[in-house]
Write a protein that binds this ligand. Structure first.
Ligand SMILES: *Cc1c(COP(=O)(O)O)cnc(C)c1O
Length: 331
């Protein structure tokens, strides 16, 4: 199962225990203010709790932000290919989607994105590292970009994979959200924290942003088990660090294998890679992989035919993928 950028490892025992303990009280509604979790996040980032929003996955925060902010005459700018959720924000609000192609290196073209902003642009999304292409832009470059964007545009920096970044301290970007009131940082417990099945994500922004998001959705969106688990998971930063270190080892191993196969691989700072199949037919490769029991994400579904997005799994899963891919390319 290398198709959804999940962690192959279950959560630590303390998190499972927190879920079990919270389950004993499941006849009661969850805290609609998610105070324990939001306070823990505020403490973790030394950030005002009033600006911490939590959601039923970070996807819910994205959808709520779109619903709260976008009108049909607005424009929303994002890179393409990027996260498959982004087109839904426009579809759900009738705002106009402005998709800015990535560079040839599969990186956000920030100059072109800034140039795509008009008086009607209300929201701009930067996915960093980018899903599906795995590439990363340093925080310092993001800061210069925000300087280029007028203040009527809300910039959402989607950092679902930031814990896997090796290029710089993943928390460098937190300084930016303190500096720019039109910036929101979006993070999740679904990837490095290994809690995808619980659905919990969060945003750091202004109090106005959090209030806007809260106004358009139901009060109990983050369930009780998710609140308990995420709060406990924040106490285990060493576990996140361990997953990130393990990821770097698998990333290096996969890079080496794919290079040996002569494939083009984007420079990954995430827990997945983006590889070009060259002359090989994507649909045929997908068929061989499926027959070997290996699920990956085909580029055609993401607007980039001839590419695959492959999550790093355990070493044996990765070996199984590479063996199946070698067969596919030989046939
Ligand atoms: C996986 C992912 C998310 C996380 O979504 P959740 O709703 O928090 O599970 C957000 N953004 C991107 C780019 C992702 O790939």
């Amino acid at each position: 199962m290398l198709a959804s950028n999940e962690s192959p490892f279950p959560p630590v025992q303390a998190v499972l225990t927190a879920i079990k303990d919270a389950a004993a009280d499941i006849n009661r509604y969850p805290d609609p203010g998610a105070r324990a979790l939001r306070s823990a996040l505020a403490a973790r980032y030394d950030y005002p709790v009033t600006g911490v929003a939590v959601g039923n996955g970070s996807c819910e925060i994205l959808l709520a932000a779109a619903e709260a902010l976008l009108e049909p005459w607005h424009e929303i700018v994002y890179a393409w290919p990027s996260f498959s959720m982004y087109p839904h924000l426009a579809a759900g609000t009738d705002a106009r989607a402005v998709e800015v192609p990535l560079t040839a290196d599969h990186v956000h073209d920030l100059d072109a994105m800034a140039a795509a902003v008009t008086d009607n642009t209300r929201m701009l999304l930067v996915c960093n590292p980018n899903n599906p292409t795995s590439t990363y832009i340093p925080a310092e470059r993001i800061a210069r970009f925000i300087e280029d964007v007028p203040p009527h545009v809300l910039v959402i920096l989607d950092e679902a994979y930031v814990e896997f970044v090796l290029a710089e301290d993943p928390d460098t970007s937190i300084d930016l959200v303190r500096r720019y009131p039109n910036l929101v940082i979006l993070r999740t417990f679904s990837k490095a924290f290994g809690l995808a099945g619980l659905r919990v994500g969060y945003a750091l922004g202004t109090e106005e942003f959090r209030a806007a998001v809260d106004r358009v959705r139901q009060p109990f969106s983050v369930n009780k088990l998710a609140q308990a688990a995420a709060t406990e998971a924040l106490r285990h930063q060493d576990d996140v660090a361990r997953r990130a270190e393990w990821n770097v080892v698998e990333r290096a191993w996969m890079d080496e294998q794919l290079e040996e196969l002569g494939l083009e691989v984007a420079e990954s700072e995430a827990n997945f890679c983006w590889l070009g199949l060259g002359e090989a037919d994507e649909a045929e490769v997908m068929q061989v992989l499926a027959a070997a029991g290996v699920a990956v994400r085909p580029g055609a579904a993401l607007g980039a035919k001839g590419y695959l997005r492959v999550t790093y799994g355990t070493r044996s899963e990765n070996e199984r993928f590479v063996a199946a891919l070698r067969d596919a390319l030989a046939s």
